[in-house]
Ligand binder design. Structure first.
Ligand code: PNS
Length: 164
């Protein structure tokens, strides 16, 4: 049984993330969408909400589940007995960010990272830009799954001063 871990902040999960999860699932028996904490980021959604939105998006997809990463990703992968970490690349800038993380994760436990090139039609899709589109009332169709679009719209229709 092979198991891939697809980690990320998922703040929130986008159609680009789903594309990578589906590609990972086509190569591995099981996929865990691993919602982790990036200390360099300030989040719009709390961890439990990011998990819930990801769960909603992958509900009913066989062999795919969502888990919260409580600490180090490499330790989480070791506890699960993961075969590999799978990350998506939209372009060279993504690789520049991912390369040191792949090296660190392998240093920590020996876990390998496999990179998958995403659908070029989704190369512009990023959580940060989806949030920006939502903040300004733009159309989220094709950027994020419908429940995520609803959550983004609600997050940005809170009274001024309460937005993250
Ligand atoms: O979507 P992101 O923010 O680029 O994902 C980065 C993430 C959350 C996968 C990374 O920051 C991470 O693995 N965090 C968990 C803590 C950890 O293991 N840190 C060392 C990773 S090199």
């Amino acid at each position: 049984m092979t198991l891939a871990v697809c980690p990320g902040s998922f703040d929130p999960l986008t159609e680009g993330h789903l594309d990578i999860v589906r590609r990972a699932r086509s190569m591995f028996d099981e996929v865990v969408v691993a919602v982790a904490h990036n200390q360099g980021k300030r989040y719009l959604f709390g961890a439990e909400e990011r998990v819930a939105l990801a769960e909603h998006a992958v509900a009913g997809v066989p062999g795919v589940r969502v888990q919260l990463v409580p600490g180090l990703l490499a330790s989480f992968c070791a506890e699960l007995g993961a075969t590999a970490i799978v990350k998506g690349l939209r372009g060279g800038a993504d690789f520049d960010g991912e390369h040191p993380m792949a090296l660190m994760n392998r240093h920590l436990t020996g876990i390998e990272t496999a990179f998958v090139v995403g659908d070029p039609a989704l190369a512009h899709v990023a959580s940060s830009m989806a949030k920006d589109v939502a903040r300004h009332g733009g159309d989220l169709t094709g950027l994020v799954p419908p429940p995520v679009a609803d959550a983004l719209r609600s997050a940005f229709t809170q009274p001024a001063g309460e937005q993250s």
